[in-house]
Design a protein around this ligand. Structure first.
Ligand code: ADP
Length: 458
């Protein structure tokens, strides 16, 4: 097996700190098997920025190699182009996107600098795997420095149709530069098809067999590789002492009432205000649930430097306050809204104490919370997933109750169905999803991607 170099904005951690997400775990396992480097941003802003020393940590098999950024890099590349232009456009939110050439130049500069700093570390047999929207042009930068190694790219977030993407002034340039990769991976068949349609319609290339293009005599594959979680690992977390303590605490508090759980970073793509309104609608349309069903929303703040994010926070606080003011009783609070983080184990315990996972993003690459909830359930008495049709997970989690997150009425009706679902049906739906999540776990995902990358170069 060739040595692997993983490139992503944030790297690590190498050790399971109890907080590491499934992706970090999967990448560490893969890197440990092949040996290699995980390269990205140190998380630090400094005056030298990308011109400073490379920071190295790690173990015998895997080195974490990171670089600082300058304040200007951070503002233009990370806050600016990545999070104020690409993130909204790729989540179909043209109304929130900032288009500014200065930000885009910062993005290109940081990509070029990072690629230049990685270049001397690349050996002829290495395989390079670049991750996510921070690094679209990274492969093209490496090719310009005569790197002929296999280079793959995986996009963790959605890829919109050409009609939406074309609003980004540099869309065609960006997509053309992506063709420097040998394999371009997406979360769903729809995202991959959107990409291929952009290439055929806007760049006038002809799509070949097996979801590929021929670019200057080189084969480029653009295909879906739906990401998985470390399902067995997460199921084990749910039975640890720490998880059981949380399950027990919650069950005692609930005293036979049902809990709906939502877990999301605060982000406009997650549809949180719509979710609160749908829960309110449940209490309005099906009053028998008053006093008996509550919504617990865990929503740690993210990217709080951006205005759009601060706005949602205050909107959520106001909505929760209004709904609680309207419906709460002496011994029952309808919405419990928390902005703290939890360890993986605690989270698993919380999922287990909940009857329903309410996962209603307006747009989401995959949504791992839906999968974690399934992995954490008790086989004998599992909960139900109410899942947005606009989450990538809806493509493979067909036994969830699929909803339109824009329809408060529709989501409320599905919640009511979930609350009254007979045990047999809950079990059947859960078992089918659990089996699929275990089979298509994070390890299977990285294997599938890297096998395709190896094959594309043959
Ligand atoms: P996104 O990547 O857009 O944030 P995902 O649902 O795909 O959305 O992944 C979110 C990850 O973050 C999940 O693994 C989830 O468990 C984790 N997470 C979200 N909120 C918390 C929290 N408060 N404490 C711990 N982990 C959290």
């Amino acid at each position: 097996m060739s040595r692997l170099i993983v490139v992503s904005n944030r790297v690590g951690p190498l050790k399971d700190t109890g907080r590491a997400g499934g992706l970090a775990v999967a990448l560490v396992d893969t890197l440990t098997a092949t040996g290699g480097i995980w390269f990205g941003w140190s998380g630090e802003v400094s005056e030298e920025g990308t011109f400073g020393n490379l920071k190295r940590e790690g173990n015998r098999k895997v080195s974490l190699v990171t670089l600082d950024m300058t304040q200007a890099d951070h503002d233009e590349f990370y806050v600016g182009f990545a999070n104020e232009s690409l993130w909204p456009v790729l989540h179909y939110r043209l109304d929130l996107a900032a288009f500014d050439r200065r930000l885009e130049e910062g993005y290109r500069r940081v990509n070029a600098r990072f690629a230049a700093r990685l270049r001397p570390l690349i050996e002829p047999g290495d395989t390079i795997w670049v991750h996510d929207y921070h690094f679209f042009p990274f492969g093209a930068e490496l090719r310009a420095m005569e790197v002929n190694n296999p280079i793959g790219f995986f996009l963790h977030i959605p890829f919109p149709p050409p009609e939406v993407l074309a609003a980004l002034p540099s869309a065609a340039t960006m997509v053309r530069r992506m063709l420097a990769y040998d394999v371009i991976g997406f979360q769903t068949t729809r995202d991959a098809a959107n990409f291929r349609r952009f290439v055929t319609e806007e760049l006038d290339l002809v799509e070949g067999a097996d979801e590929s293009f021929l670019v200057d005599g080189r084969k480029v594959v653009a295909r879906a590789f739906p990401i998985g979680i470390d399902a067995a690992g997460f199921a084990r977390q749910a039975t640890t002492v720490e998880a059981r303590r949380q399950t027990h605490r919650l069950e005692k508090l609930l005293a036979g009432r049902q809990q709906i759980i939502g877990v999301d970073r605060i982000d406009y793509s997650k549809g949180l205000p719509q979710r609160f309104r749908a829960f309110e609608r449940l209490l309005e349309d099906y009053p028998e649930n008053r006093g008996h069903v509550s919504l617990m929303q865990v929503a740690p703040p993210s990217r709080s430097e951006l205005d759009a994010y601060a706005d949602i926070r205050s909107e959520l606080e106001e909505l929760a306050g209004n709904i609680n003011g309207r419906f709460a009783d002496l011994d029952w609070t309808p919405i419990r809204y928390m902005t703290r983080g939890f360890t993986r184990r605690s989270l698993a315990g919380i999922y287990r104490a909940s009857r329903i996972a309410l996962v209603t993003p307006l747009r989401d690459g995959m949504n791992l919370v839906a999968k974690e909830f399934v992995a954490a359930q008790r086989a004998e008495d599992p909960g139900v997933v109410v899942l947005s049709r606009f989450a990538g997970a809806a493509e493979t989690m067909r036994e969830a109750l699929i909803v339109n997150p824009y329809s408060a009425e529709g989501v409320a009706a599905s919640l009511q169905t979930a609350l009254n679902m007979p045990l047999d049906e809950r079990r059947d739906r859960w078992q089918a999803m659990f089996d699929r999540i275990c089979e298509n776990d994070a390890a299977a995902w990285s294997r599938a991607f890297l096998d395709t990358l190896a094959a594309a170069r043959r």
